[in-house]
Design a protein around this ligand. Structure first.
Ligand code: GRF
Length: 208
């Protein structure tokens, strides 16, 4: 499988940093072809520059539609030979134009145990609901929000004295371990999708 990643961010970029660190440490055999942000102030852009990775800021203003913006994104990723797109706190809904350009080759990380608590502020949703276990999920992206086949998850217990913030911080620590691990699994190419189940060692998508 093509090991060039394109990472899409909108803000802090701590998951981006975890991916960069895993590559530098030799724990993840991949390279990041480009980091794209839709917001110029995203501090993740600075993390990428420090690591010598090409960055691109692509604001949505000036595009007539979501589809036009997504076509520009796809063009930028293809121009850099990206084979796997990693959403890392990218705060935009993707249109079918984008999803269909990279079939089963877009990953997202979400701070809950999906399918519980999709959407915004998942950690707060889980805390307010009173669940005793939450966590993080990496999934393939399809047309629906936070809904594609689940690649990997990590559970995080919710403590009685947690606030939404302390819970978020512990989930984030697990996200930083989970995302590089999930990318490694997907890049192995040794998996298949059955129904909506991501199954390791059950086939091969190598060569895609
Ligand atoms: C993370 O909590 C991730 O799960 C969610 O957005 C946040 C991004 O954080 N999708 P960062 O920009 O990677 O620090």
């Amino acid at each position: 499988m093509n090991r060039t990643l394109g990472v899409l961010i909108s803000g802090r970029g701590s998951n981006l940093q975890a991916i960069i660190d895993a590559i530098v440490q030799g724990a993840l055999d991949a390279c990041i072809g480009v980091v794209i942000s839709n917001r110029p102030e995203a501090t993740g852009l600075e993390r990428a520059r420090r690591a010598g990775i090409e960055t691109l800021c692509l604001g949505h203003r000036g595009y007539a539609s979501r589809e036009d913006y997504d076509r520009a994104l796809v063009g930028a990723l293809r121009a850099r030979g990206v084979g796997l797109v990693c959403l890392a706190g990218f705060m935009r809904l993707l249109s079918p134009v984008f999803v269909e350009a990279f079939p089963n080759a877009i990953l997202n990380i979400h701070p809950s145990l999906l399918p519980a608590f999709p959407g915004l502020e998942a950690q707060h949703q889980a805390w307010a609901h009173g669940v005793k276990i939450s966590g993080a999920t990496v999934h393939l992206v399809d047309r629906d929000l936070d809904a594609g086949p689940i690649v990997a998850q990590r559970a995080v217990p919710v403590m009685d004295d947690d606030t939404a913030d302390t819970l978020s911080a512990r989930i984030l620590e697990q996200e930083h371990l989970l995302y590089p691990e999930a990318i490694r699994l997907v890049l192995s190419g040794d998996w298949s999708i059955e129904g909506r189940r991501f199954r390791l060692g059950a086939g091969s998508v190598a060569g895609t």
